[in-house]
Design a protein around this ligand. Structure first.
Ligand code: FAD
Length: 448
C-alpha cells in the first residue's frame, strides 16, 4: 500500500510554443468535486492518451475512464518536442543511434506498431497532414565526422535489412535552402507531427468516451480498494490506475534513484515573411536530425492554423535530477541555438526567435522503461528514454493491454526488458553526466 503526498509537480521552462502558435481552444474542466471512475490515468501526454485510447477500444462502454493532467493538454513535454516519430533505432546513448541488431529489430517492430496506432487515431479524428504525416526522416551531416556517423549507421541499416538513400549536398540544399549540410541519409517509415496539435486533436477525439480533466494535478496517492487520487479541489476514487507521468513517476515514490531527468531546449523563429521565405528557398516543410546525437535538430514548418512559416532549432541536453531546469540552462541554450541558426541560415540574419523553451525527458542508465504493475491494479507507463512520442505511445498501449488482457502479441515483445538500473550516487552522477554531455556536445563541433 502506498500513501504518498506528491509535492513535486511538473515545471517546464518557457512557453509551449507549438501550442501557442495555433488557434486557442476551449479547455477541459478541472476536478472540482469528488468523483468515482473505473480507470484513472494520471498524465495527459503521449503515454496517457495512448492508454486512454487503447482502454476505450478494449473496455465495455459503461466502464468510466478519466485522465487527470496537471496542466493543460500539450503544455507539457508532449507538446514541446520536435515532432519526429522515429521507427528506426534511435539510441541516444550510442554515438550513431544504433544498438545491437537483435534489439534494434525488435524495437523497430514495436515502434512501427506505435506509429500505426497514432496514424489510426489521426485518420479517425480527421487530422490534416500538417498535424500528422507518415513520412521519413533525414539525418544530415555537416562535417567529415558527421559523414562517418551516417555511413556507419547506414551499414547497420544494411545489416538489419532496412532501406535508405543518401542525399548529396545539392539535394540537401534543394530541401533546406541551406548549404550547411554536405550529406544526408533518408529513411522512410516514421512520421512527423505538429506535437501540440496532435495531442489536442487526440484529446478531442477521445473526449466523447473519456473524461479529461486539465489543471488537475494529483497531489496525493493512496492505493487500496478503491485507490484514491487527490487533486487540489476533489478526489478521484478508482479501481484501476495507470501512471503516465514519465520522470515524475519518481515524485509518486516509485523507481527512486533509477531515473535520469534530462532537459533539452528549443527556439522558434517568428513568422517568416514572404520575402524571407523567398531568400531562404528550399521546400515548405522539412525536418533534419543531426548526424551526431548531440547535434542540432532543425524543422521548418509552413502555415497551419495561423502558425505561419517558421524554423525551429533544438539542441543542448542537461541533467537536472531536481526535475527543474535552472535559468542558466535556458541562457546557454539561447546562445547555442542562435549560433546554430546563424550557421545554417546566414540569409536570414536578423530574424528573431519568438519563443524559447525547454522540456523534460526521462532516461535510464540501461535505456529500460519504468513499466509494469507496481501494486495491485496500479500500472506504470513511464520513462520513455528520449523517443517519447513513439515509446510513450507504446507504453500507454502496453499498460492498457497488460491491465485488461494480461497478455497480447505486443506484450510478448514489449515486456522482454529489465528494470531501470540503479544510478551512481550524487554528486558524482550529476557532475559526471553533465561533464560527459558537455564533452560530447563539444565533440559534436560544427554538427551543433
Ligand atoms: C525540446 C524537446 C524535443 C523533443 N523532441 C522529440 C522528438 O522529436 N521525438 C520524440 O519522440 N520525442 C521528443 N522529445 C521527448 C518527448 O517529448 C517525451 O519523451 C514525451 O513527451 C514523453 O511522453 P509521456 O507521455 O511519457 O510524458 P509527458 O509528455 O511528459 O506527459 C506526462 C504528463 O504527466 C503530467 N503530470 C506529471 N505529474 C503529474 C501529476 N502529479 N498529476 C497530473 N499530471 C501530471 C505532465 O504535466 C505531463 O503532461 C522531445 C522533448 C523535448 C523537451
Amino acid at each position: 500500500m502506498t500513501h504518498k503526498k506528491i509535492t513535486r509537480l511538473p515545471k517546464d521552462p518557457g512557453p509551449a510554443a507549438w501550442n501557442q502558435i495555433i488557434e486557442p481552444e476551449a479547455g477541459y474542466d478541472s476536478i472540482s468535486k469528488d468523483i468515482e471512475a473505473d480507470w484513472a490515468i494520471v498524465g495527459g501526454g503521449w503515454a496517457g492518451l495512448a492508454a486512454a485510447r487503447r482502454l476505450s477500444q478494449l473496455l465495455p462502454s459503461d466502464e468510466k475512464i478519466v485522465v487527470l493532467e496537471a496542466k493543460r493538454l500539450a503544455e507539457g513535454p508532449a507538446g514541446r518536442n520536435s515532432g519526429f516519430m522515429i521507427d528506426l533505432p534511435h539510441d541516444l546513448n550510442s554515438d550513431t543511434y544504433a544498438g545491437s541488431n537483435e534489439s534494434d529489430l525488435k524495437q523497430i517492430k514495436l515502434n512501427r506498431h506505435a506509429i500505426d496506432f497514432a496514424e489510426a487515431a489521426a485518420n479517425e479524428y480527421g487530422m490534416p497532414k500538417a498535424v500528422f504525416s507518415r513520412k521519413g526522416k533525414i539525418t544530415a551531416a555537416s562535417t567529415e565526422q558527421g559523414i562517418e556517423h551516417i555511413e556507419s549507421y547506414s551499414k547497420h541499416l544494411i545489416d538489419i535489412g532496412e532501406a535508405f538513400s543518401f542525399k548529396s549536398a545539392e539535394e540537401m540544399l534543394d530541401i533546406t535552402g541551406s548549404n550547411f549540410y554536405i550529406k544526408g541519409l533518408q529513411t522512410e517509415g516514421g512520421a512527423m507531427v505538429q506535437p501540440a496539435a496532435f495531442i489536442r486533436a487526440l484529446g478531442k477525439g477521445l473526449s466523447g468516451r473519456v473524461e479529461i480533466y486539465e489543471n488537475s494535478p494529483v497531489i496525493e496517492l493512496k492505493t487500496g480498494t478503491p485507490h484514491v487520487l487527490s487533486t487540489p479541489a476533489g478526489k478521484v476514487k478508482a479501481r484501476n490506475i495507470i501512471l503516465a507521468v514519465n520522470g515524475h513517476i519518481q515524485s509518486f515514490g516509485f523507481y527512486p534513484k533509477r531515473l535520469l531527468h534530462v532537459f533539452t531546449f528549443a527556439s522558434m523563429t517568428r513568422k517568416l515573411t514572404p520575402s524571407e521565405l523567398k531568400v531562404l528557398g528550399g521546400q515548405s516543410d522539412w525536418g533534419i536530425l543531426p548526424a551526431d546525437p548531440m547535434g542540432t535538430t532543425v524543422r521548418k514548418i509552413s502555415n497551419y492554423s495561423g502558425s505561419g512559416d517558421r524554423i525551429i532549432i533544438r539542441n543542448l541536453a542537461t541533467l537536472n535530477q531536481s526535475l527543474e531546469a535552472p535559468a542558466a540552462d535556458m541562457r546557454r541554450a539561447k546562445a547555442m541555438q542562435d549560433k546554430s541558426f546563424d550557421a545554417r541560415f546566414p540569409m536570414l540574419k536578423g530574424v528573431e526567435m519568438e519563443h524559447r523553451w525547454g522540456g523534460r525527458l526521462c532516461l535510464s542508465m540501461n535505456s529500460m522503461p519504468a513499466f509494469g504493475e507496481l501494486e495491485d491494479r496500479v500500472w506504470s507507463a513511464c520513462c520513455q528514454n528520449g523517443l517519447g512520442t513513439v515509446k510513450g505511445t507504446l507504453s500507454g498501449i502496453a499498460a492498457a493491454e497488460l491491465a485488461v488482457l494480461g497478455s497480447s502479441d505486443l506484450l510478448t515483445d514489449f515486456l522482454d526488458h529489465q528494470a531501470p538500473s540503479k544510478l551512481p550516487p550524487e554528486p558524482f552522477l550529476s557532475l559526471g553526466a553533465n561533464m560527459t554531455m558537455r564533452w560530447k556536445q563539444w565533440q559534436a563541433g560544427k554538427e551543433l
